[in-house]
Ligand binder design. Sequence first.
Ligand code: SF4
Ligand code: MG
Length: 333
Amino acid sequence: EIPLIELRELEKYYTKRVWPQKGQVLRAVDGVSVSIRKGETLGLVGESGCGKSTLGQITARLLEPTGGGLFYKGEDIAGSGSRNQQDLRRRIQYVFQDPFTSLNPRFKIGRLLEEPLKLNRLGKAAERWSKVSDMLESIGLDESYRNRYAHELSGGQRQRIGIARALMLNPEFLVLDEPVSALDVSVQAQVLNLLKDLQQELSLTYLFISHDLNVVHYMSDRVAVMYLGKIVEIGEMEEVYAHPLHPYTQALVSSIPAERAAQKRERIVLQGDLPDPSAIPSGCAFRTRCMHAHDRCFSETPTLADVREGHAVSCHLWSEESYSVNEIKEVRT
Ligand code: SF4
Ligand code: MG
């Protein structure tokens, strides 16, 4: 089956132009290959600065990659010269963390929602009006919201409008970039549940980006863990949550409060900070913070490889014959 979205060896490199870093190359996204199936939610988790948003923006075609391929239903869409540009823009939409910054403060909500239709010359005025009504209903807001301004709304309501605006053109795929991170915890669940309901109702596919593994766990079918521009682990959400293989994922998972006693894990506290992305360590980029780092980690960069079916990890521990899976588990638990 052809995936809805496929990233192949995607890269986004920036060359710094300003002294004292002039000429240094920042590898924001460094050879990412991942497929997203129709109807699923792929969670993308990692610390801020690891390249998640850059990857999301490339996937939504808001940024051009400097290398690699981006495919939509098998068609290469990375080049700006590709056909169906307008059609593609409609099918893939991006929802920002803080919709307030992307909502024009001078426009009423009704106009903000109608705008994407107008820009794409879709529908007559009466049709656009009723589409806005339907959309307000879908996101749980009544008609009176048409005449309000974004600044009159709560954070949760504004994010509902941000989501509604992204849905006005009937997209198939949404990149959700930290969609609840700016919201109070009490409001987060409402917005997440709305996203789940909309996904069902409209057969949507999501790339769900968050630094919060708890939120990603709630939302995702599969999860990809990103560290310094690379995917270091990917698999089914429950599998990765129960059996994290990469030392970085193990640290992230260990920081989640356990729901049941059986899930209790020892907290692994990461040493040090995320290294400067323009000075990525040689060998394994995680070695400066990894308690299992050994000689090979300094000289050789690990690659993402399947350890179990559908569960891949990028770490030398898993490719070394001297370690068996069980031995590693003992070391870790
Ligand atoms: Fe740690 Fe080495 Fe694995 Fe990197 S390759 S995560 S440094 S053990
Ligand atoms: Mg970000």
